[in-house]
Design a protein around this ligand. Structure first.
Ligand SMILES: Cc1cc2nc3c(=O)[nH]c(=O)nc-3n(C[C@H](O)[C@H](O)[C@H](O)COP(=O)(O)OP(=O)(O)OC[C@H]3O[C@@H](n4cnc5c(N)ncnc54)[C@H](O)[C@@H]3O)c2cc1C
Length: 368
């Protein structure tokens, strides 16, 4: 967005002026975790909690990780509202359910979202396997509801080394140096030809991330999970029964286990079979180990609501009329209009609404 705005400025339409405050924000975004940043993150999380959709999701979690830098604080919503803009659908929030604490944080409470393939087994904090459609990467908001209904704010993945190697990706450009460098040979080498290891950033999380536990058998794994959670909610026998029931379906080509059916469907596509979806295997067979558990936190990312606009991205005021000379595009405008996605959203479609609403603003004949 900044590049687009600056390109317009270069056409002589306006002269950009950077306030001391925004420059300071950028500086701070580059600085590692510090007490000032922690206070700022807490203030942002307090704002989120105030607008939490209690009617649809129950009470807000007490503890969340932050999926955006400290300077992404929603302040422009308040400033635009003070200038007469109308903010709508604030309660349409988008939080991820697969957040892990960054062992090497860049901003306060820095959480990373795991972009999982379809194979990890997903359990709530009490050790109950989540029902469909709450499968990895399937339905974020349904899974959020399911997790919070337990009264706990975290859940668990259980998987094997074979699954983490092929299926774990981490969200954020700094976690994907091979993709961002566009060196496709490196991508293939890192994800296909690394023996038993996952790509280096994923292995670093596995060994250094506080939410990851590795163990040679389920008994030791569950003991580690209870230790990490600081309770004894997980019963090894109950977990064993559920994983064994799933494993028993691996050899059944007509299985009705929804997760295994999804894995077979994914592997029908060559790209997924090659670098995204592990061949189905038995988790309790030590040959496929070690076993890995990951504690998953709720990770805040964005609101799907925002500044109301018309189709030309002109900001709408409280009286329903466009405000002359004020435009809003991108995430601050709910990706367009103030809530382009409705209550739900299709993963990864956010940039499209940002570009579309920016393009409409740029093309509008209302721009002087
Ligand atoms: C880790 C992560 C992963 C994501 N992954 C995906 C994905 O896979 N697919 C997808 O579709 N979406 C994804 N998103 C969401 C998507 O990246 C954002 O919604 C989108 O980038 C927002 O674009 P924007 O232009 O509206 O805002 P921004 O990209 O936040 O741009 C706003 C710009 O304005 C600047 N700015 C702020 N205040 C001022 C000021 N006062 N003066 C001048 N400049 C100012 C900021 O520095 C910034 O450069 C992800 C987001 C994150 C954080």
């Amino acid at each position: 967005m900044r590049e687009m705005v600056l390109a317009v400025a270069r056409q002589g339409v306006f002269t950009p002026l950077w306030s001391a405050r925004i420059l300071e924000e950028w500086r701070r975004a580059a600085v590692k975790l510090g007490p000032e940043g922690v206070a700022q993150a807490e203030a942002e999380i307090a704002l989120l909690r105030a607008a939490w959709p209690q009617d649809r999701l129950g009470p807000p979690p007490k503890h969340m990780l932050s999926g955006v830098p400290a300077h992404v604080d929603g302040r422009m919503l308040k400033i635009s509202a003070a200038a007469g803009g109308h903010v709508i659908n604030r309660d349409r929030m988008w939080h991820y359910t697969e957040g892990v604490k960054n062992w090497d944080p860049i901003w306060p409470a820095h959480g990373i979202r795991i972009l999982p393939g379809p194979s990890p087994l997903w359990f709530d904090a009490t050790g109950r396997r989540l029902p469909p459609p709450c499968l990895p990467g399937f339905d974020t908001l349904a899974t959020l509801r399911e997790i919070l209904a337990t009264g706990q704010e975290y859940s668990w993945f259980i998987l094997t080394q074979k699954v983490i190697k092929k299926e774990f990706a981490l969200s954020g450009s700094e976690q994907n140096p091979d993709f961002t460098s566009k060196r496709w040979r490196e991508v293939l080498r890192g994800r296909v030809l690394t023996g038993r290891n996952a790509p280096a950033p994923v292995e670093a999380f596995k060994t250094q991330g506080e939410d990851f536990i590795t163990a040679p058998d389920l008994g030791q794994l569950v003991a580690g999970m209870n230790r990490l959670a600081g309770n004894s909610l997980l019963d090894p026998a109950r977990l064993h029964a559920q994983i064994a029931a799933r494993d028993a379906q691996v050899d059944n080509p007509f299985t009705k286990d929804a997760q295994l059916m999804a894995i077979h469907a994914a592997r029908n596509y060559r790209g997924d079979r090659l670098i995204r979806t592990a061949r189905p295997h038995k988790f309790l067979d030590p040959q496929n180990g070690p076993l890995i558990a990951v504690r998953l936190h709720i990770l805040t990312r964005k609101t799907l609501g925002g500044l109301q606009t018309d189709l030309d991205s002109r900001m709408i005021g409280a009286d329903g009329a466009p405000l002359p000379g004020l435009f809003a595009a991108g995430e601050v405008a709910g990706f367009g209009g103030g809530g382009y996605h409705g209550y739900n959203a299709l993963e990864g479609t956010f940039l499209g609404g940002c570009l579309f609403s920016g393009r409409n603003a740029g093309r509008s004949h209302h721009v002087a």
